[in-house]
Design a protein around this ligand. Structure first.
Ligand SMILES: [Mg+2]
Length: 483
């Protein structure tokens, strides 16, 4: 029996006893096993003394989204990987730095509760959630186990993936059907497509709206070219913000019978290509009110779709109940909900049959597992929204592995050739035959980030690669939520 100071012991050189104080751990060598040199031990890992020392960011674009990647550094050389949600500001994570330096990342829940008040719904949950992922990566690396093991073990060895699928060129149902068939040919067993009023914008007689409103929408989504002045760009951005933040019931947009016929034919054409054996989820119906959602839902019910996603803002619980009671397709939402508390009204109301949290909005790995378990108690399945780098993807894989009612994990990046190369230590490709294998290596299973590839895809508006973040060191606010 060899007394040893460190905890991160490779399985082939022994096991730990006892677990309560890692400084006093003894390595018990298996009988007949020759003594192994201590250089097989990860001397970086003294979990009780592990402390966060720094947090840095590199923001990539084209993955296909803009993704701020996070590295959390420690006093023992371990680095934890996290990520702010796609399209969110890196500042959501950096503002937490002064509240994290000096903390022990192994106390994941305690540290999470310390920063929890700084998250919010949508992208605002991205900083807290992304840091939480890095805490788990560090804690699991420090103890030498995969993250899923720290969540209670796994229900599956591989995680089913579905791809959001777009059509290149003319978007009609047959073209979408062929694009989806290619996914099936790649091995995917679960599909998703967009079917909404976006399909109708160039089809006369399909939409009713306050006159001029649809033209305003068309203009607002156009990206201003270089000929636009800074002032013109700001004005366009201001208009876009106002239109984009008008919630579904307040736009006044309605779908005509011709519009419903058009959408129905689109889905019929898709099913004519891919058949009915494979689940097909649907998303991005557009900002329309509850009555029009019901009209579409009833028209499309016969195509046996896997779910209708985000037909309405998730906060409108009673609208969800009305929708769910009006059709026979599972109703799904959740990618913009922060914390399990706000899943409760939807779950207890019976307004959803599938929830779809994003790990980088909902509060991270442990919160996702709790949300999944809560949904299971209500007879609701959990799919996972994911549109980021392999860091977020692997965080979701561990949470999905550890949650019984998991259905499928989204991936937007199977067509991005360099996406796999952002990291090392994982199979290449990460998504193979429609699944991701659950890794058994410590932490998220990512050996290292590939700075060369990251450097090639940095955001031109924010091209720093793990730059100094000392500006975020000073605690400049009194954080208590009560007086
Ligand atoms: Mg969605």
């Amino acid at each position: 029996m060899t007394p040893h100071a460190y905890a991160d012991i490779l399985p082939d050189i022994g096991y730990l006893q006892p677990m309560q104080d890692l400084k006093e751990i003894h390595i018990v060598m298996p009988q007949n096993s020759p003594a192994q040199p201590l250089d097989h031990v990860n001397t970086y890992s003294r979990p009780s003394d592990l402390r966060i020392t720094d947090i840095r960011i590199a923001t990539i674009v084209g993955a296909p989204m803009r993704c701020p990647l996070i590295q959390v550094y420690t006093n023992q050389g371990l680095v934890g990987y996290g990520e702010v949600r796609d399209g969110a500001s890196k500042n959501y994570a950096l503002m937490l730095k002064c509240r994290l330096v000096g903390e022990n990342p192994c106390n994941v829940d305690q540290v999470f509760r310390r920063i929890k008040q700084f998250g919010g719904h949508g992208r605002q949950g991205g900083g807290v959630s992304g840091i939480e992922v890095a805490l788990w990566d560090l804690a699991a690396k420090a103890y030498g186990v995969p993250v899923y093991q720290m969540l209670g073990g796994k229900f599956r060895d591989r995680v089913r993936v579905y791809c959001d699928t777009d059509v290149r060129g003319k978007d009609d149902g047959t073209a979408m059907g062929h694009a989806l068939q290619q996914r099936i040919d790649m091995g995917f067993t679960f599909l998703k497509m967009d079917v909404g009023i976006g399909l109708l914008q160039d089809e006369p007689g399909t939409l009713t709206a306050p006159l001029g409103y649809l033209d305003e929408l068309r203009q607002a989504i156009r990206r201003p070219g270089p000929e636009y002045s800074a002032e013109e760009r700001r004005e366009l951005a201001r208009k876009w913000y106002a239109l984009n933040n008008t919630a579904h019931p307040f736009t006044g947009i309605r779908v005509t019978e011709h519009g419903l016929d058009f959408m129905e034919q689109y889905v019929a054409d898709v099913r004519a290509v891919i058949g009915y054996d494979v689940p097909l989820a649907t998303d991005h119906f557009g900002h329309i009110g509850i009555e029009d959602c019901i009209k579409i839902a009833q028209r499309l019910d016969k195509y046996n779709l896997a779910w209708y996603e985000d037909m309405l803002p998730w906060q409108m619980t009673q609208h969800y109940v009305r929708l769910a009671n009006s059709c026979t397709t599972p109703i799904c939402t959740g990618e913009d909900i922060y914390l399990k508390e706000d899943f409760m009204p939807l779950l207890s109301s019976g307004g959803v049959s599938v929830i779809h949290p994003d790990l980088l909005t909902c509060g991270g790995i442990y919160e996702l597992k709790k949300i999944g378990d809560l949904a299971q108690d209500h007879g609701v399945a959990m799919a996972i929204h994911m549109a980021e780098s392999p860091i977020a993807c692997m965080a979701a894989v561990h949470a999905a592995a550890a949650t019984e009612n998991f259905l499928a994990l989204e991936n937007h990046s199977v067509d991005i050739p360099w996406w796999n190369d952002l990291v090392t230590g994982l199979p290449d490709p990460i998504v193979k035959d429609g699944y991701i294998s659950v890794p058994d290596t410590p932490g998220l299973g990512i050996e290292a980030l590939n700075d060369e590839v990251i450097a090639e895809h940095l955001d031109p508006d924010d091209p720093g690669l793990w730059e100094c973040t000392d500006a975020y060191d000073r605690l400049d606010s009194h954080d208590r939520l009560w007086s």
